[in-house]
Design a protein around this ligand. Structure first.
Ligand SMILES: [Zn+2]
Length: 421
């Protein structure tokens, strides 16, 4: 393989990026060009569309007969829609944080200070303010304000009733009357509050393990109500997020190697490697799904395990890049009839081998996890009979919604964190 001139490499890289959407700055220096090891990342979907679809499809095939009777006729739908959450990232800014959590923003493992349940986590990372008649803004809750976190105040209930429904909605206003009980407690008499609002600081570092808890609840309810459309919708969605939770780079703020001069490693690990090897070389035997007695803890185990692999993902690639012949690291390739540049097959194989098959192991673990999560929701719902579930035809409105999201995705402007997730 001849070495590609850097300028050409930069141009090819841009072509590759263009195939996924958003604009990105060209490599202007040698340093940038040589560090652009994968070039697959930009808005490349996480795990790649390829792997997400495969995870959902193979998970469905492991289900017990009582579930298979419903999933088999719908297996294409559940697989095809495994990528919907990534497409929604182009339609709404609230979607992005559901796909990752930057655990390193919360200290060091095992992150004991970070509440594992969603509501306490939201409480810990939210501030509530009142705007007073005199124009002052007063913090009523949060920020270590000693007056506010008195255990005798029913803040948990307040969060559940007034903040949770507005999470990820763009509406941060609060009815000032709803706060009256808190404004008049003990020695804190705060007259003349005109309005109130909250500021949550949880979403900015990602909410993946907490969102998984919520959607698990929605899925269980959908089974309970035998609502076939919502069962399929939530199965497809949670399959996606469980897949993401198995990717080490979805658990760190250095998600695309941008802090360590390894830009592009996200797509290299989760898209390029599976695309090259998952068909020919991977073993997908995962056995039966397990019942998960504590799904919230389980989701945390998954992301913490992923996080424990971050150093290897980055360190092994860094070492390999130094030892592997430089002119055999990036290769031109074809995608959708266009020339792209991406990690060479041999380079990717060497990375995979140096990681001792980590990508394959995480892919396999994800398949079993997805099946287990679906199975657990069904069991928790009382094992409803799925053999007689009707699936109403897709409505005009549903089709229109799908089309609108597809158009935003095709327009290629991701909302929120730009790359690699
Ligand atoms: Zn995702």
């Amino acid at each position: 393989m001849k070495k590609i001139p850097l300028l050409l490499a930069g141009a090819l890289a841009l072509l590759f990026l263009g195939s996924f959407g958003p604009e990105r700055q060209p490599a202007t220096t040698r340093n940038q060009a040589t560090n652009r090891l994968a070039c697959t990342a930009s808005a490349a979907p996480d795990w790649g569309f390829f792997a997400h679809r495969r995870i959902n499809r193979l998970a469905a095939l492991t289900l017990p007969p009582e579930m298979m009777v419903f999933f088999k006729p719908n297996i294409d739908w559940v697989a095809d829609h495994a990528t919907d959450p990534d497409m929604r990232r182009y339609a709404t800014p609230w979607e992005g944080p559901r796909h990752y959590i930057d655990l390193d923003e919360y200290g060091t493992p095992p992150f004991d200070q970070l509440p594992r349940r969603f509501l306490p986590a939201l409480q810990q990372h939210t501030e509530i303010f009142a705007v007073l008649e005199n124009g002052d803004t007063l913090m009523v809750y949060g920020g270590g304000n000693p007056h506010t976190e008195q255990p005798d105040l029913p803040w948990e209930q307040f969060f559940s009733q007034h903040i949770l429904p507005k999470f990820s909605s763009g509406d941060a206003s609060l009815n000032v009357d709803s706060l009256q009980a808190f404004l008049k407690t003990g020695d804190r008499e705060i007259p003349g509050a005109l309005s109130a609002f909250f500021q949550e600081n949880l979403a900015k570092h990602g909410i993946l393990p907490w969102h998984l808890q919520r959607i698990q609840g929605w899925l269980t309810n959908a089974f309970r109500q035998r609502d076939s459309k919502r069962i399929l919708r939530y199965c497809a969605d949670i399959g996606h997020y469980v897949g993401d939770a198995h990717v080490p780079l979805h658990t760190t703020s250095n998600y695309n190697g941008q802090k360590t001069g390894q830009v592009g490693i996200h797509g290299f690990w989760e898209s390029r490697i599976p695309e090259l090897f998952a068909d020919e070389e991977y073993d997908y035997f995962v056995g039966k799904p397990n019942y998960l007695p504590q799904t919230a803890d389980y989701f945390w185990d998954v992301v913490l395990t992923s996080h424990s692999m971050v150093d290897s993902v980055l360190g092994i690639e860094r070492a390999l890049r130094l030892s592997f012949p430089e002119d055999r690291q990036m290769c031109p390739d074809m995608r959708n009839g266009r020339v792209i540049i991406a990690p060479c097959r041999d380079f990717a194989a060497a990375y995979q081998e140096a990681m001792q098959g980590m990508v394959e192991r995480r892919l396999r673990a994800a398949i079993q996890a997805v099946a287990s999560v679906w199975y657990t929701a069904w069991v928790d719902a009382g094992q409803p009979d799925l053999s007689k579930l009707d699936l109403p035809p897709t409505t005009e409105e549903e089709l229109r919604e799908e089309e609108a999201i597809r158009q935003k995705f095709n327009a290629g402007k991701i909302l929120g964190r730009p790359e690699g997730d």
